[in-house]
Design a protein around this ligand. Structure first.
Ligand code: 6PG
Length: 477
């Protein structure tokens, strides 16, 4: 029997995707650069379904039914190009190559265009949910041609997570759309993680709670509107005690957050598109800052306010306020992320359905949360919504949360607890709702030093003021 799909690259993600496919009754061809991995998979998990191990690219391709569907799960960058070049010459018109890694969307666009010329479909598919997700049901974000989704879609929908019976997989749009959306997913993931980490820092530094107590707080939050995978695992991590020292685990881990690059890409592209994704940017920079060990050591002696933690009922109230600040900041971060997807969709003609993106992020992926169903509802009601912040329920929730939000940020500032995520989110909210921004003054400065001209609120056209002359006459530019 021929395989309906093949997976090449059998490290843990590829292996788990292959097993997931087989467990759903699909015959899966297997291939890996070194044969041992292929043999191991068949030996350990062969009983889970129908696998066709192949020990050469040629045998792998020969094992596949038409249109052949080859899923590549290798490292982003040069290794992906190498594998594409290994398989593309063996494939025929109409066959499909899927890159299921975390590729940069610009690479995906380049590869898609090149393979389209050769009559092949190239699908850049975002896959989220880590190892467990890949095995038990990830969220899948495939880009590429609509035609490729006809054969690939049913398989991917089958193995994806389900929420209320709806698969967490949908065709995102042409060429790089899928990888772009996955990249923003990761950017939002950074932002969510940073906001949760700041909440922890505040509950400890300002309310004086111990990690075990904070774990309880997160557990409670997880029963409400913040219900999400990241809050759930945060409670687990905070509740964990290090066996060797008996200390809270979080106190024995080096405080340097690492990153593999998707957050950084999101920020870089946010700048290119001119979309202020400040929540993601601060989260990414916060990780960078944490890693500057020597810089931090040299600055550790800088003075700050003395901290007297809140106590009793005040501390309890503060914890409630942090929940509200976290919620409001999260709405801002998602609003920004969706704006970035909207902008890229317009720029590249992807025609991305934002409601569908929210829908497939409800399950399987790292940022999965009940909150995403509210976002789905908002975009389904108004697909061209300018910002989540103005959609009915979110607007109301954020407006109601804002007193607490402001109070938390002020407390943080007063006590010297860094909250880049909360603060930038609040600043963004205040910038968006401002009647006037000081950008007018910046235009004046630019015109002063560089004759860069400005526009007026009361007349059409561009103007320049003769700053060097006493009269400071204004003339049309
Ligand atoms: C996912 C994750 C995954 C990756 C993390 C880690 O959606 O399953 O996002 O793609 O493991 O993004 O990224 P960093 O190492 O950059 O934190």
């Amino acid at each position: 029997k021929k395989a309906s799909i093949g997976v090449t690259g059998l490290a843990v993600m590829g292996r788990n995707l292959a097993r997931n496919l087989a467990r759903h009754g699909h015959t899966v061809a297997l291939h890996n650069r070194s044969d041992q991995r292929t043999r191991d998979l068949v030996e350990e998990f062969g009983s889970e379904g129908d696998f066709v191990p192949a020990y050469s690219a040629k045998d792998f391709v020969a094992a596949l039914d038409r249109p052949r569907q080859v899923v590549i799960m290798v490292k982003a960058g040069a290794p992906t190009d190498a594998v594409i070049e290994e398989f593309a010459p063996l494939l025929e018109k109409g066959d499909v190559i899927v890159d299921a890694g975390n590729a940069h969307f610009a690479d995906t666009r380049r590869r898609e265009a090149a393979l389209r010329e050769r009559g092949l479909h190239f699908v850049g598919a975002g896959v989220s949910g880590g190892e467990e997700g890949a095995l038990h049901g990830p969220s899948i974000m495939p880009g590429g041609s609509a035609e490729s989704y006809e054969s690939l879609g049913p398989l991917f929908e089958d193995i994806s997570a389900k929420v209320d019976g709806t698969p967490c997989c949908a065709h995102i749009g042409p060429d790089g759309a899928g990888h772009f959306v996955k990249m923003v997913h990761n950017g939002i993931e950074y932002s969510d993680m940073q906001l949760i980490a700041e909440s922890f820092d505040l509950l400890r530094g300002a309310a004086g709670f111990e990690p075990a107590r904070i774990a309880e707080v997160f557990r409670t939050w997880n029963t409400g509107r913040l219900d999400s995978y990241l809050i759930e695992i945060t409670a687990e991590v905070l509740g964990h005690v290090d066996a060797a020292t008996g200390k809270p685990f979080v106190d024995v881990v080096a405080d340097r957050a690492e990153q593999k690059g998707t957050g950084r890409w999101t920020v870089q592209i946010g700048l290119d598109l001119g979309i202020p994704i400040t929540g993601i940017a601060e989260a990414t920079f916060a990780r960078s800052l944490s890693g500057h060990t020597e810089l931090r050591a040299s600055a550790r002696g800088l003075s700050g306010p003395s901290r007297t933690p809140l106590a009793g009922a005040e501390a309890e109230r503060f914890a409630d306020d942090v929940e509200q600040a976290l919620y409001a900041s999260k709405v801002v971060a998602y609003a920004q992320g969706f704006n970035q997807i909207q902008a890229a969709s317009a720029e590249y003609d992807w025609n991305i359905d934002l409601g569908a993106v929210a829908s497939i992020w409800r399950g399987g992926c790292i940022i999965r949360a009940t909150f995403l169903d509210d976002i789905r509802v908002a975009f389904e009601a108004e697909p061209t919504l300018p910002t989540l912040l103005t959609s009915g329920d979110f607007r109301k929730a954020v407006e109601e949360a804002q007193d607490a939000w402001r109070s938390v940020v002020s407390t943080a500032v007063r006590l010297g607890i860094p909250t880049p995520g909360f603060s930038t989110a609040l600043a963004y909210y205040d910038e968006l709702r401002a009647q006037r921004l000081p950008a007018a003054l910046i235009q004046g400065q630019r015109d002063y030093f560089g004759a860069h001209t400005y526009q007026r609120v009361d007349r059409e056209g561009s103007f320049h003021t003769e700053w060097a002359t006493e009269a400071r006459a204004e003339r049309p530019a």
